[in-house]
Design a protein around this ligand. Sequence first.
Ligand code: 4AD
Ligand code: MG
Length: 431
Amino acid sequence: MPFVRINELDRHVGQVVTVRGWVATTRSSGKIAFVVLRDGSGYLQTVFSKREVPDATWTRLADLTQETSIAVTGEVRADARAPGGHELTASEVEVLGTSPDFPISPKEHGSAFLFEHRHLWLRSRRQVAIARIRNEVVQAIRDFFYERDFVLVDTPILTGSIGEEAGNLFSTDYFDLGKAYLAQTGQLYVEAGAAALGKVYCFGPTFRAEKSKTRRHLTEFWMVEPEVAWNDSDANMRLQEEFIVSIVARILDRRADDLKELERDTGPLEQVVGPFPRISYTDAVAKLQGLGSDIEWGKDLGGDDETLLAKEYDRPIFVFNYPKEVKAFYMKENPDDPRTVLNNDCLAPEGYGEIIGGSQREDDYDRLLARIVGQGLDPEAYRWYLDLRKYGTFVHSGFGLGLERTVAWICGNAHIRESIAFPRQIHRLYP
Ligand code: 4AD
Ligand code: MG
């Protein structure tokens, strides 16, 4: 008997097949029983008729509690009204694994309970839809760069120098060499890659010992970081715009069913077309003050400021040229206003805030060294990074897009933590 995945049933209409999966729901009228089965590729209603199946089979249906793993054999019928477009007229069911008292019932549970049972919660309809959207976003990212001739450079997770800021580092003992840090970013390494290959990107897990418990922060998150030789800050923003537009369009095109499962209003996502508004940090501060924020020039935009500002627009926006003091050491000083750097954040609409941080990099050896020293970092740890400015320095820019924040925004989830299978937060290391 051929074994078929639910999303392949259209090729088997009229045939008798076996489908394996887990019981989602059951209901019975006493004469007809419906067992909805899921196998990860979709949902299938299987229909048992008391008159048509052996008594032992009918009796066995009583054991099919939620999440029991089963194999159902029957004839595939096309049915436009059925979810997925098919039904199975079942002739036999085999129990493969029982599931007594599955903890997550269709009723409402609190989020603490759900995260404690994350390993089981992943099976629910919403979580499956989010996982599929994440998968599609990842593939959209990889295809975007592959099609534009970027080369993937995998960067180390164990590092000897601080990538972003000293405040939120995870460190571990590293043999005789002292401390190693878990990478906050792959950027410094892809800069070396850009000098070798021109257009590169890295894409992997990054770590921040974030003490903040906001809905935008994880301690472990995935970041994609392109780095492009000869791109200035302006070209960097154009690349970000093209990138975000292409990701969102692909999800609207290919994951419409999952967005529907999440009851995502796709209207705002359909607005995500270029050009994105660009506003300087200085103008943003003035605008925010006008909107009632107490921000002052020189301070970084907080999450609330980002939300307030982004609400003024119907698509992602760029805020560019922040004060040097609040930004990382590697950003290039703005020749027109040395109090600022040539950087940008990209803020998503609908209150999601920063999804990208990017900048043109300081390509002048002496200035970079001064910034490293000025921030109290050990120049010896950055000797290799400084070498990139010593041997054929070059204008270059790049950015980092946070995967989970992007997925949360596209899915319309209030909190970032459902965007990854097993979120890591200050208070969560289990499961
Ligand atoms: O702005 P960030 O810190 O920039 C960098 O790490 C640069 N090295 C990137 C580069 O230029 N190559 O982080 C980039 C993005 C943020 O915009 C956000 O989307 C995400 O990474 N991010 C986080 N996501 C979840 N949890 C956290 N704690 C995050 N911190 C940053
Ligand atoms: Mg940032």
